[in-house]
Write a protein that binds this ligand. Structure first.
Ligand code: ZN
Ligand code: ZN
Length: 257
């Protein structure tokens, strides 16, 4: 099994690569991918551009030490900001990555998944519209391999006032057209929303649009690697998925589930 969304001390995780890798080996994982936050904003929870060579070197060291026991993939979780695509591309192209997760964590300067203060500024329908437009732009940018935690805007149990199915359908069409993969991120189950990202209903829409998925935990601690995977695999199979995507040097292969 694989886990492609994990964080280390280099961003906002609580453990070193080595501690994370040892936990993944202990859990019997075949493959673990690191995806520390890379930021264009000077936030404490992301690695800054100047420190990227340290990250690459640490990945190489950990592969040398444990690569015979487990496949270690090098990814990043890259923030998407509209209008800054060239800067994002320059960072991505400078690193020997296996995959890039594109995530929307900001609406303008507001980091809505860490700071609850501006919920209520818009109606929830408006907020969903703003968030999903950003996600659509991220998908259409062509910068990323997968989209992170698709419906994280629900994290603090903020739900739209009206049925947003047309918005989800439109977003799915854009993701499909861009040829992107979406992760089933099990971390949401441990957040106030108590649900995977994306929700089971959203996952059905993705499946109907023939959008491939991968599987990840968003682990920030060794104990969170592959969390809730049996539930996630049941949901994937119930939805109709029989395989998930693996990444190596930004190329895809399939893993049967
Ligand atoms: Zn994230
Ligand atoms: Zn993350």
């Amino acid at each position: 099994m694989v886990d492609y969304h994990t964080h280390s001390l280099l961003s906002d995780g609580t453990a070193s690569y080595e501690q994370m890798v040892l936990a993944a080996i202990e859990k019997g994982m075949d493959e673990v991918g690191f995806s520390d936050h890379v930021g264009l904003k000077p936030v404490t929870w992301a690695i800054q551009e100047v420190d990227l060579p340290v990250m690459t070197r640490q990945i190489e060291e950990i592969r040398e030490k444990y690569g015979h026991l487990i496949s270690i993939r090098y990814g990043i979780e890259m923030d998407y900001f509209p209008g800054r695509e060239a800067e994002i591309a320059r960072i991505i192209d400078s690193l020997p990555l296996d995959y890039v997760i594109g995530s929307v964590h900001f609406i303008d300067d507001w980091n809505f998944d860490g700071d609850e203060s501006l919920y209520g500024k818009w109606s929830n329908d408006e907020l969903y519209g703003i968030y999903y437009r950003l996600l659509q732009q991220a998908a259409a940018s062509g910068l990323f391999d997968t989209l992170g935690h698709l419906d994280i805007i629900k994290k603090f149990c903020v739900y739209p006032e009206s049925d947003q199915t047309p918005l989800y359908e439109e977003t799915a069409r854009i993701i499909r057209q861009a040829g992107l993969v979406v992760e089933l991120n099990t971390g949401g189950l441990d957040k106030p929303c108590a649900e995977f990202y994306p929700s089971p209903r959203w996952l059905e829409i993705l499946f109907a649009h023939d959008i491939p998925v991968t599987l990840s935990s968003d682990a920030h601690h060794p104990s969170q690697i592959a969390r809730h995977y049996s539930q996630a695999l049941s949901l994937l199979k119930k939805t109709g998925y029989h395989q998930i995507v693996r990444f190596h040097e930004r190329k895809r292969s399939w893993l049967r589930i």
